[in-house]
Every structure is written in C-alpha cells, then in structure tokens.
Design a protein around this ligand. Structure first.
Ligand SMILES: *[C@@H]1O[C@H](CO)[C@@H](O)[C@H](O)[C@H]1NC(C)=O
Ligand SMILES: *[C@@H]1O[C@H](CO)[C@@H](O)[C@H](O)[C@H]1NC(C)=O
Ligand SMILES: *[C@@H]1O[C@H](CO)[C@@H](O)[C@H](O)[C@H]1NC(C)=O
Ligand SMILES: *[C@@H]1O[C@H](CO)[C@@H](O)[C@H](O)[C@H]1NC(C)=O
Ligand SMILES: *[C@@H]1O[C@H](CO)[C@@H](O)[C@H](O)[C@H]1NC(C)=O
Ligand SMILES: *[C@@H]1O[C@H](CO)[C@@H](O)[C@H](O)[C@H]1NC(C)=O
Ligand SMILES: *[C@@H]1O[C@H](CO)[C@@H](O)[C@H](O)[C@H]1NC(C)=O
Ligand SMILES: *[C@@H]1O[C@H](CO)[C@@H](O)[C@H](O)[C@H]1NC(C)=O
Ligand SMILES: *[C@@H]1O[C@H](CO)[C@@H](O)[C@H](O)[C@H]1NC(C)=O
Ligand SMILES: *[C@@H]1O[C@H](CO)[C@@H](O)[C@H](O)[C@H]1NC(C)=O
Ligand SMILES: *[C@@H]1O[C@H](CO)[C@@H](O)[C@H](O)[C@H]1NC(C)=O
Ligand SMILES: CC(=O)N[C@H]1CO[C@H](CO)[C@@H](O)[C@@H]1O
Length: 840
C-alpha cells in the first residue's frame, strides 16, 4: 500500500534548512577549489567531429583572432543584438546572437510563437521539438548564429517571477524535457541554442545585485537538473546570469561554471555572459566564461573587460594561453556541431538590423557608420502559423466545465467581454516589447518578446466562427453565453507596468479582471472565463461561482491566439493542456518568497531555504489543497486507467566516474613574450570604428610577469590533467544516470464519446523525510478514439530514482521504499504501486 496522501512530514523549520546550507555545499566559491577551468575534450561521439574541425580552424588563428571570437563588438556596434569580432583573414564573419526564446526579437516577417509556458502545458514532446525546429528555421533564415533561448532559469521558484513564462515550468523534470526537445529542434536547423539564465536567476527585483545562497541538494535536484538535460541534449551555449551565487557573480563563479557545468556536467560548448553580467577580465576568464556580451563596458584603453584587455592578460601571463584557446575551440565546436548535414555550408548573411525598422540604415549603429540596405525583410514564417495555432489550442487548459458547457453548441448569441478579447488599437506591436497593456495579451514583456506579424484576437476569431450569431460586446441583453476575458502579465525589469517592475506584485488579475468576471457572472448564468496569464492567478471564487460554467487558461498563445482558442471552444480540438504549475489562493501559499524589499538594497542576499520544496512539492508537504493542481486539466471526453505493471531490471552497479582528463592544449600558434605584444597590435593604418571593441593591445605591456590572480593563482593556471568528478564523465553527467532501471506501464482507455488526448503522468515517491511526497518523473501524450485503449510505457532511469548526496558528491539511491503514482494530475492519482528493490 502506498502511504496516504496526507501530511506525511512535519514541516521542518526553514531555520534548520538555512543552517544546513553552508555545511552541505562541497566548497564555497573563492576558496580556490573549482580551478582550473575545464577544457573541452570533444570526447563524446556527438562532439568529436565538431572538435576536430574546431581545432583545425582555431589552429590557424593568431591570438588576436582567437580573442576576437570571444568578445562582442559592443552594444549596437553591429546589426545583431550581440555580435562577436570576425576573422576577416579567413573570410569568417562574427557570430550573430539574437533574442529570444519565443521568436526573433527586433525583426519583421518572423513568427511570434507561443511562450515556453504554453508549450510546457501541452506536455507534448512532439510539439516542443517541432516548435524548436520552426524557431531554428526562422533564426537560420535571418542569418542568426545563436538563438538566445530556451530558458530554464528562472525555473519558477516563485509564481510572481517576471520571466517565468519565458521558461517552461517550476517542475525540473518537465522543464528538462522541454529544454532538451527545444534545443534539439533549434540545433537541427543549423542554429546554436543557448540555455539560459545560468543559474538561480529566479526574480527580477535586484537581479543585478542579489546574492543567492542554496544548499547543494536543491542545486542539483531542482535548478541544475534542467541544465543537465540541456547539456545532455548537446546544447551549444549557456548564458550565465546577472545574480551572484554563494557570494560570487554567476559569470565569474568557478563553482557554478567550472565545477558544476564544465566539470560535473562535462559541458562542451561555450558560456556567454548575459548582457553586462561580466564584472572582471581575469576573474571571468579563469572561472570559465568563454564569450563576453555585448563586449563593451570596460575601462580605457580597451573599453571592454575583454577584447584587447584579454589579449594583454594572455601576453602578461595572467590568463593561460590554453584558456583562450579553449574559449575559441568551444565556440567553434558549437558552430560545427550545428553545421552538419544539410547545414554544413549554409550560413546566410545577416539580413536585418535589430536597431532600425527602416530599410536602409547603418551597419554600425553606435557610430552611425556604413549605411547600407540593412533590412531585407526576408520572410521566414513558412508554414509555421499552423504549428503555432496547434500549440496554442493544445496548450489551453480546461479548468472548469460544468454540465458540458463546452464545446459550444451553436449558441445563437454570445457576448464577448473584456479588453483582453480585443484587437490592440494601433496594432499588436503598439506597445514596444509589449510594455503596456492594451488589447489581448499573447506574450509577456521585455527581451523575451518578438514582434507579431499579426495577432488574431479572440474577438475577431469568434466573430468569424460564430457566423450568424454575431458576438456582442455588451452584456445588457441575455446572451446564451457570456465569454469574459481577463489577463495578468509580467516581464523583464527594464520595463515597469502599473508598478510591476518585471515581477508581479500580486497574483490577482490585472485591469479590473476580477471585478469584471464577478459583474458578468452576477447577471449571466452561463459565464465562460478565458484567462491570458503568465502563471497562476487567484481564481478560487470563479471555480466555486455557480454562474461560471467554464474556465479556460490560454496562457500566452502567440500570433494565432484567437484561432487557437476558437478551436477549443467549438471542439475542433479537444483540450489536452495540463497546468504546468500549481494554482493557490495567494502568494503566501507557495512558501518560497520573492524578495521585494531587501534590508540591504545595495548588496541584497537571499537564501532559498525551502530547498527542493517549490510549487506542488511545497503544497503537498504543507497539506495545502491547490485550487488547480499541477498537471490538472479537463477534456471533452473521459479516461480510465488500469493494468499497472512495474518491472525492475538487473543492472550493473553504478560506477562513479574517475581517472583524469587530458592536459590542457594550446591550439596552433601561441603568441607570447615581447614578440607577442608586437604581433598583437592593430596593423598600421587600420581604420577604427569608434566606439567598437577590438582584440588588439595598445601601448606597451609587460611581458610574462603576472601569473594569475591572488589566491587562485596556482590552481587557475594549472593545465595539467585534472580529476574527473564521480558524477561526471560525459555530457549531462555520469552516463550511468541514464540507465533504465524500471519500466512502468499502464492502460489508458477513452471512455467518452469523442476522440481525445490524455496526458498520463508518473510521480515517484523517493521516500524518507527529506524527500517531497512525490516528484514528476514521466508523462506521455496518448491520443485515443472513443472506446480505444492504449498502453503507455514509462522508463525510469537511475537519475529518476536517485537523490543528490553531498558527502559522496554523487547521485545515490536511498534505502527507503519507493512508490509509483500514475494519474491525471499530481493529486488525481489513479494507480499506484511499490518499486521492487533494485537487483544490482
Ligand atoms: C576583429 O573583428 C573586427 C570586427 O569584425 C574586425 O574589424 C577586425 O579586423 C578583427 N580583427 C582581427 C585581428 O581579425
Ligand atoms: C595583465 O593584463 C590584465 C588585463 O589587461 C590586467 O588586468 C593585469 O593587471 C595585467 N597584469 C600584469 C601583471 O601586468
Ligand atoms: C535537407 O533539406 C531539404 C530541402 O530543404 C529537405 O527536403 C531534406 O529533408 C533535408 N534533409 C535533412 C536530412 O534534413
Ligand atoms: C547618421 O548618418 C546618416 C547618413 O549619413 C545621416 O543622414 C544621419 O543624420 C546620421 N544620424 C545621426 C544621428 O547622426
Ligand atoms: C447541471 O445539470 C443538472 C441536470 O440538468 C442540473 O441539475 C444542475 O443544476 C446543473 N448545474 C449547473 C451548475 O448548471
Ligand atoms: C520597430 O517596429 C516595432 C513594431 O512596430 C516597434 O515595436 C519597434 O519599437 C520599432 N523599432 C524601432 C527601432 O523603431
Ligand atoms: C494586482 O496588480 C494588478 C497589476 O498591477 C492590479 O491591476 C491589481 O489591482 C492588483 N490587485 C490587487 C488586489 O491589488
Ligand atoms: C446568477 O445569475 C442570475 C441571473 O441569471 C442571478 O440572478 C444570480 O444572482 C446569479 N448568481 C450569483 C451567485 O451571482
Ligand atoms: C614600446 O616600447 C618600445 C621601446 O621600449 C618603443 O620603441 C615603442 O615605440 C613602444 N610602443 C608603443 C606603442 O608605445
Ligand atoms: C606567481 O605569483 C606569486 C604571487 O605573486 C608568486 O609568489 C610566485 O612566485 C609566482 N610564480 C611564478 C612561477 O612566477
Ligand atoms: C525505454 O528504455 C528502453 C531500454 O533502454 C528503450 O529501448 C526504449 O526506447 C525506451 N523508451 C522510451 C519511451 O524512452
Ligand atoms: C545580403 C544577404 O545576405 N541576403 C540574403 C538574405 O537572405 C536571403 C534568403 O536566405 C538570401 O537569398 C540573400 O542572399
């Protein structure tokens, strides 16, 4: 028997959790551990060829050419949001980097895809992958090398987090799957994906100052988990974040970058800084940063922390030559990794300027230099509208549907109420970066936006679909159905809307949404509520209201918003969306708190004392019944579960990885000493663009006198073979973690009258007081005709059944009895059983 789903654990005090933190961390940054910065090995089969090509390419470069690839040319110095220096001698142009996670920012003739949170709600690996592929095609078509997405940080620790919607879900397993599928999709189209923001960037308030403290276990089991999936999926780049972790900036943090990402996870691609998140020349280089973005912002004479300053640091012996070679090799390896097959020789020129909407403009906007035809308005949308509509419809979560109110049955009159249903006056892009509320909400605000090619509002789509039954905007008469629309947005902190500086100040609806819903429901007994929100909102009253017959969460559906919604309202698409987060009654129910008012606003710090207990894990631990549970969502049909089978496999004992890496390599020509200084100056007569970041040294430096930064000196400079960590050994971590230890299967039957898709979910109880009651470890998308039964099979890997153990710095399977729950949400469990003991 599985234990009762009641309060299993007494709530451990947060004070104890906080006290446990320092002792649970293997070391603190700044203590010298975590050096040297691991060099890419290119050992894994997926990276081998890319590394060989990268080394051949980098082997031809001079020091300044290598440095050019590592450093952005400066804010608005070129046409992309970020662009590195080039290698003109070999005809290799710089890397073009462009936001964002739901489509191309600052261009036209591109698509505006559903936000990450929506594709998470589909629980469809297939749609996650296809969305990635379609985005990759668009970025490639515009000549972009790196798409700055997908997002696993913020993970969604707190529901108010301004950028949660750019990512997927506060559940690390769901986010991990979405990261991997999105990355594989993007990279299959010749574009490097960027897993961001690494790491613990969970709120917008104080994001450029806050120091986050966390215990080793929560780091591994929660926040690092989806990044491990990203690395396992061979992501080409990772972006380090604005915040500090355990006292050091995330972009010069040898613990998070060298130790966790590059050593333990064996990440083979390159790490770039978030825009302006780099704080020093040597600290960042030695702690594993590989690319500085946007590149400018340093002191004279270089105007950059890298560029010429990095060249000087190599020449004066402060940064080892192999470290810069490793940066360049990692960057080029990511390039060659995605330029295979169809994409081997295809690298379209950059076809747009992020900085102007005019056709002609400067190639170097910060200096207004070199005017040219910049916006060629290449149409990259292809047939993606159909996919966007499909994701939009399949991400709608049906939260309430009394007496089969939905699907609509040819109502003769519909009232469409609320500004959130309407077209935006001035067009869908009237608010730059969606930085104001006007018309229907289809994406959040900030740098994670793309301009809409068009936006089909719900009102427009309903008008078309309803035909004769012309929708009315008033509620004076008694329409058969009143559809009320309401919204809540959030975004990045460079924009403040209605006092919300990125993060949401509250969890209620915006723009009078709650009052509007109540007013309509007080007069219309068939009130249908549609919510466009960035995350959970407080809707307990609406769930209970007798006149509110249906509630749908449509999230942030992108350009096909209205069409996708109508598909669901009229039953062309049977809803399969499931909530990728928990809905509570107020923010306090979530346990974890967003830091709005720091006692020390200059150097704020915060401890993630709730450990692994976020979202449903916290609700379960505290015995709080959610308003809408994680994984919950209705359908127009019904399903029956049965036939649970659990099978354990005999397995090899888990091997801790060991041994040592190879030695650090210098690649090709090493410019050093006095000759190095001379070789690293700009050629005579070179015409500089001002302001623009270059890799050349100026003046006369001292050759080879320094040997590193204080404290870290010896270790950071040490290029000899280094130990492989026990949990490491291959991209994503120890390969043994992906061994399948159990398969769990169940039969799902469609017991209703219409075709539908069920999302069976597998939760595990890992046992013991320190574990959550249950954690998601599997889901599937099962399409069933009426009366049809299918068997779903879940694989449970060693990683799925393990906990992080600080003492052994590895994953271990604890000795507790473990239970499997299969259900249609975290609280609606249909089948359960015990996992047999492991046969090792
Ligand atoms: C570095 O890149 C810039 C910008 O693309 C270019 O002008 C310059 O010539 C490059 N320097 C070297 C040494 O290739
Ligand atoms: C070496 O160069 C770096 C970057 O310009 C500088 O920060 C550092 O102080 C220099 N060290 C010595 C010993 O010259
Ligand atoms: C290569 O591109 C062509 C044309 O776009 C396409 O038909 C084909 O499926 C692609 N092949 C692969 C392996 O992606
Ligand atoms: C930028 O250059 C263009 C073309 O030379 C010129 O017309 C324009 O006035 C310049 N703009 C600024 C702000 O200097
Ligand atoms: C649902 O239908 C039943 C049977 O027709 C009726 O008794 C009940 O009041 C309805 N519920 C609501 C909320 O309309
Ligand atoms: C370009 O057009 C978009 C969409 O209309 C608008 O949001 C943006 O502010 C414009 N950008 C510039 C640089 O004018
Ligand atoms: C919550 O914030 C929104 C947006 O600022 C605002 O419209 C709403 O009135 C606030 N709710 C409450 C209860 O203050
Ligand atoms: C439901 O709607 C009816 C009008 O049809 C109204 O009389 C009634 O007060 C409403 N109920 C609530 C709880 O608002
Ligand atoms: C560097 O120093 C040498 C002699 O020490 C001098 O000839 C040369 O002009 C100097 N170069 C620069 C750029 O200052
Ligand atoms: C490196 O620098 C440290 C501190 O300045 C010094 O004690 C040490 O001797 C130097 N090592 C070498 C090999 O130059
Ligand atoms: C489950 O694991 C088995 C054995 O490793 C593998 O053959 C199968 O493809 C996996 N199935 C899924 C759905 O991952
Ligand atoms: C200048 C430039 O690179 N133009 C290209 C823009 O993209 C289209 C489509 O890929 C190419 O045909 C152009 O050559």
């Amino acid at each position: 028997m599985a234990p009762a789903r009641s309060l299993l654990f007494t709530a451990a005090s947060l004070v104890a959790a906080v006290a446990a933190i320092t002792k649970d961390v293997p070391f603190l940054p700044g203590t010298g551990a975590g050096f040297p910065s691991p060099w890419g090995s290119g050992k894994s089969p997926e990276w081998k060829e890319a590394y060989a090509k990268a080394k051949e390419f980098v082997g031809q470069l001079t020091l300044v050419e290598k440095v050019n690839l590592t450093t952005g040319t400066g804010w608005e110095a070129d046409v992309c949001i970020g662009m590195t220096g080039s290698v003109p001698r070999l005809g290799f142009r710089g890397f073009c980097l462009e936001d964002g996670p739901l489509g191309i920012r600052y261009t036209d003739h591109n698509s505006a895809f559903p936000a990450g949170i929506n594709v998470a709600a589909t629980f469809s690996r297939d749609l996650m992958r296809r969305r990635g592929e379609a985005m990759g095609e668009e970025f490639h078509g515009k000549g972009i090398d790196v798409q700055l997405g997908p997002v696993a940080g913020p993970l969604g620790r707190v529901p108010q987090g301004g950028r949660n919607w750019e990512g997927f879900s506060p559940d690390p397993y769901l986010t991990g799957v979405a990261m991997a599928e999105t990355i594989r999709g993007i990279q299959s189209r010749g574009v490097i994906a960027c897993a961001k923001h690494y790491i613990l960037n969970e709120q917008e308030h104080y994001r450029g100052r806050i120091d986050v403290k966390i215990d080793d276990r929560a780091m591994h089991e929660l926040y690092l988990w989806p990044f491990a999936d990203a690395v396992k999926a061979d992501v080409g780049s990772v972006m380090c974040s604005y915040n500090k972790v355990m006292g050091e900036w995330a972009c010069e943090n040898e613990y998070t970058t060298n130790y966790l990402l590059k050593n333990e996870l064996d990440f083979q691609g390159f790490v770039m800084s978030d825009w302006g998140a780099q704080h020093s020349t040597l600290g960042s280089a030695l702690a594993g940063l590989d690319m500085a973005m946007p590149g400018d912002g340093g002191p004279p004479p270089y105007g950059s922390l890298w560029g010429g300053a990095l060249t000087a640091a190599v020449l004066n012996g402060s940064v080892p030559a192999w470290r810069v070679d490793d940066m360049a090799v990692r960057i080029m390896a990511a390039y060659y990794l995605v330029h295979t097959g169809n994409y081997t020789a295809r690298r379209p020129d950059v076809n747009f300027s992020a900085w102007t909407n005019q056709t002609a403009g400067p190639l170097h906007p910060s200096s207004n230099k070199t005017w040219a035809l910049v916006n060629q308005r290449v149409d990259v949308q292809a047939g993606h509208a159909a996919l966007i509509r499909e994701i939009g419809a399949k991400s709608v979560v049906l939260l309430k549907n009394v007496n089969k109110t939905l699907p609509l049955k040819r109502p003769t009159s519909i009232a469409v109420i609320g500004e959130d249903a309407q077209d935006t006056p001035g067009g869908p892009n009237a608010c730059p970066e969606r930085g104001c509320i006007r018309g229907t909400l289809a994406m959040g605000y900030g740098s994670g936006t793309a301009d809409f090619p068009y936006l089909v509002s719900p009102a427009t789509a309903l008008k078309l679909r309803a035909g004769a039954a012309t929708p009315r905007r008033d509620s004076q008469t008694s329409p058969e159905a009143a559809i009320v629309f309401a919204m809540a947005t959030a975004g990045e902190n460079f924009i403040t809307i209605d006092g919300n500086a990125g993060d949401r100040n509250n969890l209620t609806l915006w723009n009078g949404g709650d009052a509007l819903i109540r007013a309509v429901a007080s007069v219309n007994p068939n009130t249908i509520v549609v919510l466009h929100t960035v995350g959970p909102v407080v809707i307990d009253y609406a769930k209970e209201h007798p006149n509110i017959t249906a509630i749908l969460w449509a999230g942030l559906p992108g350009q096909e918003s209205g069409n996708a919604l109508v598909d669901v309202l009229y039953g062309d698409v049977n809803p399969q969306g499931r909530s990728p987060f928990t809905w509570g009654r107020d923010a306090a129910e979530y346990g974890a708190e967003l830091l709005f008012n720091a006692s020390d606003p200059v150097a704020p710090s915060q401890t993630f004392g709730e450990g692994v207990f976020v979202d449903y894990r916290w609700f379960e631990r505290e015995g709080i019944a959610p308003v809408v549970a994680f994984g919950e969502g209705g359908s127009y049909t019904t399903f029956e579960y049965g036939g649970l089978k659990i099978k354990g496999y005999e397995t090899e004992r888990y091997q801790a990885s060991g041994g040592v890496t190879g030695e650090a390599e210098t690649v090709g020509k090493v410019d050093g000493g006095e000759g190095g200084w001379e070789a690293s100056r700009a050629p005579g007569g070179f015409e500089r663009i001002v302001p623009y970041v270059y890799p050349w040294v100026v003046g006369n430096g001292t050759a080879g006198v320094g040997n590193g930064t204080t404290g870290t000196t010896g270790m950071a400079m040490n290029g000899s073979a280094q130990p492989v960590l026990p949990a490491g050994g291959a991209p994503g971590g120890n390969p043994g973690l992906w061994e399948v230890l159990y398969t769990v299967s169940a039969n799902i039957k469609n017991t209703g009258a219409v075709k539908g898709t069920e999302i069976p979910q597998l939760y595990l109880q890992l046992g013991g007081e320190s574990n959550p009651f249950s954690v998601l470890r599997g889901f599937d998308e099962v399409v069933l005709e009426p009366g049809e039964t299918k068997t779903v099979v879940f694989n449970l890997t060693r990683r799925d059944v393990s906990n992080w153990d600080t003492k052994s710095a590895n994953w271990v399977i604890n000795g507790e009895e473990k239970f499997v729950f299969i259900g249609s949400s975290v609280v609606n469990i249909k089948l359960h059983g015990a996992l047999p003991a492991l046969k090792e």
